[in-house]
Design a protein around this ligand. Sequence first.
Ligand code: XLS
Ligand code: CA
Ligand code: CA
Length: 435
Amino acid sequence: MSYFPNIKKIEFEGVNSKNPFAFRHYNPEEIILGKSMKEQLRFAIAYWHTMTQDGSDPFGNPVNLRPWLGETEMSTARNRVEAFFEILEKLGADYFCFHDVDIAPEGNSLAEFFNNLDEITDLIKEKMDQTGIKLLWNTANMFSNPRYNNGAASTNNAEVFAMAAAQVKKGLDISKKLGGQNYVFWGGREGYESLLNTDMKLEQDNIARLFKMAIVYGEKINHKPQFLIEPKPKEPSKHQYDFDAATALQFIQKYDLIDDFKLNLEANHATLAGHTFEHEIEVARINNALGSLDANQGDVLLGWDTDEFPTNVYDVTLAMYGVVENGGIAPGGINFDAKVRRSSFEAEDLFLAHIAGMDTFARGLKNAAKLKSDGFFEKLKAKRYASYQAGIGASILADKEDLKSLTEYALNHDHPTLESSHIEYVKNLLNDYIH
Ligand code: XLS
Ligand code: CA
Ligand code: CA
């Protein structure tokens, strides 16, 4: 059975196409920098926004009445698998991501939840085998259930910690069953509301404890996905411990997790932290910790996590430049952690929105590849840092100088020649790659 009988497989038709259900820029087999676009981009679709989001907001009721709603929670869950794989196949997305609670109802006990997960992941596995679609990452939702009011790994309640551990174990069992390539931890409630009653050190030690248990368990079951931490500064917590890439990296380094953990970076979380997406990507990349990307965008006029589909070619070009510099994103991918607006309530909008995101990333990739092959940033930076190529600069980089020798040098050269950055000219040239 088909949930979208009127939609055919989305094909590449080129920039002149007027067909809304076609790609104008994403040409999966086109070779960019030695690999097909599809291999470079590794697009993934998020189960939560696509299958479970109903368009409600704090002021309004659900507006997305999806054709897969069934009589019971379990029948809806089964229908969703069918509909989801139809969307993945028709869009030509090779990967997907989910939280445990997205795919199966929690029921009345943890045991019931696990049984539901077993049944639904059997269906998912069948679909994966039939289609060749792969699991980019899964995760445990340890923030929605009321028991996580005070955090999951960082909770004050040891029994709640045990519940979180059980969800992570199940998440890893599912990851093994479905061949998950990455496993994500996003700590929505791993933070605090008030320092007055918070033992910050214990809470952070416990987060690291849970991460180490996950590494050990992965080794035990002989399944090693790339573990990823997804930073976010706030919402729902006022202070989230994984504020941004730099903070999460400091955590990974302090607790000696660097061999097993990298970062899953989200555009909207970057802006919430007061950073650009490319800043977050660069912080991760230069520390060898760029894992995967959650593709979306925020709204500069709204200060929260709006998770809009990415359509800003400028920002995406700079993000993709970071990916190109990194030599690609695998085993991570580009996961559309994005939801259609409340006003886009038709089921077809799920296709139109993903096409927009995929076309935008295709343009970003092509622009980034051109910037790379022209050596645009390389030349610019080589010129800007040229003073380190010879003379005193080369000697500093070779660690041959100290404060005394540099003072002697400075006393003899106390009017350094300064150069303008011409940054406006740089931006003008960059526009040629984007527009
Ligand atoms: C929420 C996060 C979440 C993670 C996975 O803001 O983006 O959806 O990606 O738990
Ligand atoms: Ca995310
Ligand atoms: Ca988000």
